[in-house]
Design a protein around this ligand. Structure first.
Ligand code: ATP
Ligand code: MG
Length: 392
């Protein structure tokens, strides 16, 4: 484990490594003053090559600082590293795959399209973003290695697929045992799921690639990437595809972490059932650019209703957990709530959040509710902050 004080003494002027972790488990504690230097603003300002439209962002040829971040998400996998100029480089891939009959026609077609595939048990398997495109061509659904934030019990081929995706995203470590912090869900409060197995599986995959894997609770990663200016005090919420992950943090120490098994997929399923369409159609509708404060027509209204319900559910759970715990810190100043994750990217999200917030007696004084600077990349960047702090 790195020790920030040691590091700080050794090389305090370097801006690219600024925080430290000091605990064997998922909880990472930063030296607050110095970690501020790696604020979200700095990260975003120096980020290069980030393009949500590109499946994989090309990395620069500048030498790379040791330490990786990896957001392991139900919908997306996002890796990050920092080059020696301080630029944060990110790669994103859909956490999905598709298998296709192995015949000459399809093989030629994939070759013509430049789509990479592997043959597994006599079937061609395509992973990541190209799998999504192919699913449209073949009018099929992709298969998903994860469900509700964790490795899917329904998907027998999940592990080799995740291995392939991680190899593409992370590549080889710069040196054996390079630290890679990866996101894991906090214990779910509304589902009988065990995080231990999921955490162990991804730890094993990363180890197999040559990394030293370290888990970081997803909401805590949001705190690291977005709340540096607030001394890492506040509430980070990752609004993902499979779940919402919440972390209430006081000076970088998590006072409360939990997850709920409702996220973007839950909205899609419910909208689909009331509109009588497929979940992927409902997802397309949701992502096409709705404004939750001004829904147009029955379909958009359905999306708005479920979003409002999901946000209200999340806030009520924070309130209940906070009030029922005996060891909550008292916050001397009003705090910020920061929302990250793809599900927070819909138009009017913070406005609806604010409206639902005002309906309940929230137990903590809140000064602002805002979106992360880069909602899709926030968790990976938080993991990277933790990794850099130990990779001096
Ligand atoms: N513009 C958008 N508007 C609404 N929803 C969006 C938008 N873009 C992406 N999403 C939704 O965001 C979700 C994916 O977000 P994200 O990548 O943060 O999840 P994840 O980290 O993979 O999942 P989890 O953390 O729950 O395991 C999907 O449900 C997707 O439909
Ligand atoms: Mg996530």
């Amino acid at each position: 484990m790195g020790d920030f004080a040691d590091y700080a003494r050794k090389d305090f002027d370097k801006k690219n490594v600024v925080a430290s972790a000091n605990n064997e488990e998922a909880d990472v504690q930063f030296n607050v003053e110095d970690a501020k230097a790696f604020s979200a603003e700095d990260t975003v300002a120096t980020t290069t090559g980030t393009d949500t439209s590109a499946p994989v962002v090309t990395t620069s040829s500048t030498p790379v600082t040791l330490g990786r971040g990896l957001d392991v998400g139900t919908a997306n996998l996002v890796s990050s590293f920092q080059d020696n100029s301080g630029n944060v480089n990110l790669k994103i891939q859909r956490n999905a795959f598709i298998d296709i009959d192995c015949d000459d026609y399809t093989r030629n077609m994939l070759t013509r399209l430049g789509v990479q595939y592997v043959v597994v048990n006599g079937r061609m398997v395509v992973v990541g973003d190209p799998a999504f495109e192919l699913a449209n061509i073949f009018n099929r659904n992709t298969r998903r290695p994860m469900k509700e934030g964790m490795i899917s019990p329904d998907e027998a081929d999940a592990l080799p697929i995740e291995k392939m995706l991680l190899e593409t995203l992370l590549e080889k470590p710069k040196q054996p045992g390079e630290i890679c912090y990866y996101s894991v869900p906090a214990e779910p409060i509304d589902a009988d799921m065990n995080v231990v197995y999921h955490q162990g599986v991804f730890g094993g995959l990363l180890k197999g690639l040559g990394y030293e894997p370290k888990p970081l609770v997803e909401g805590h990663a949001v705190v690291f990437s977005e709340l540096a200016q607030d001394d890492f005090t506040g509430i980070g919420i990752s609004c993902g595809g499979g779940m919402f992950n919440v972390c209430v943090s006081y000076k970088s120490i998590p006072a409360l972490s939990f997850s709920t098994s409702r996220g973007g997929d839950w909205i899609d399923r419910n909208v689909a059932s009331v509109l009588g369409c497929s979940a992927s159609r409902a997802c397309g509708l949701k992502e096409k650019g709705i404004d939750l404060t001004n829904p147009q027509g029955r379909e958009e209204e359905a999306v708005e209703i479920y979003y409002r319900n999901l946000i209200s559910y999340t806030l009520k759970n924070i309130k209940e957990r906070f009030e029922s715990s005996s060891s909550m810190p008292s916050f001397p100043e009003p705090i910020s709530i920061v929302c990250a994750g793809g599900t927070s990217m819909i138009g009017g999200f913070t406005e609806v959040f604010q409206q639902e917030f005002e309906k309940i007696q929230f137990p903590i004084a809140v000064k602002e509710i805002r979106l992360a600077e880069d909602p899709l990349y926030s968790v990976s960047k938080g993991c990277l902050v933790a990794a850099l702090s130990e990779s001096v």
